[in-house]
Write a protein that binds this ligand. Structure first.
Ligand code: ZN
Length: 159
């Protein structure tokens, strides 16, 4: 497959995900809720997560929002890739995605669908669109860490 055809294929996947997202909506229950906004393009996202009882594994991910095809397709692909990942794995994937947008990394076999976003790295003005959902995810996951930390501190104070 030539590089040109490969690029077309990626564009096709992005457009399909934009038109027919698989992960739109809200999780039930909503264990984490986080809004994200990309002012440079006007993309907005509302991300919801359902976590395991222990809070260390992502059982479901949904998103709502408005924006360009790249922002919405990125959120939809991210949601697929995150299901059943631990929160630590999810944060590693945030780093890997951001590295991929700098042209420095790609995803292994298991998450290879995310590599369709790789082409966006060639368009610096659209990188923020692709990163929005991952940036929002990071904030959603770190909410729980802060809450745990806060819980720990208050327990110490009580003791
Ligand atoms: Zn955008």
């Amino acid at each position: 497959m030539s590089l040109g055809n490969l690029r077309d294929l990626y564009q096709q996947v992005i457009l399909e995900r934009y038109k027919k997202p698989r992960n739109r909506g809200k999780t039930n229950p909503i264990d984490r809720y986080q809004k994200g906004h990309n002012p440079s393009c006007g993309d907005t996202i509302e991300l919801t997560l359902k976590l395991s009882v222990e809070g260390d594994r992502i059982e479901d991910v949904k998103f709502e929002g408005e924006g360009c095809a790249i922002a919405m397709a990125s959120a939809d692909l991210m949601a697929d890739a995150l299901r059943d990942k631990t929160t630590i794995e999810a944060l590693e994937m945030v780093q890997r995605f951001q590295a991929m947008m700098r042209g420095e990394a790609e995803f292994p076999q298991e998450s290879r669908k995310l590599n369709v976003m790789q082409g966006v790295a060639q368009f610096p003005v659209r990188i923020k669109c692709a990163n929005l959902s991952w940036h929002t995810l990071k904030a959603a996951v770190e909410q729980s860490r802060e809450a745990e930390l806060a819980g720990y501190v208050s327990n110490e104070a009580e003791g």
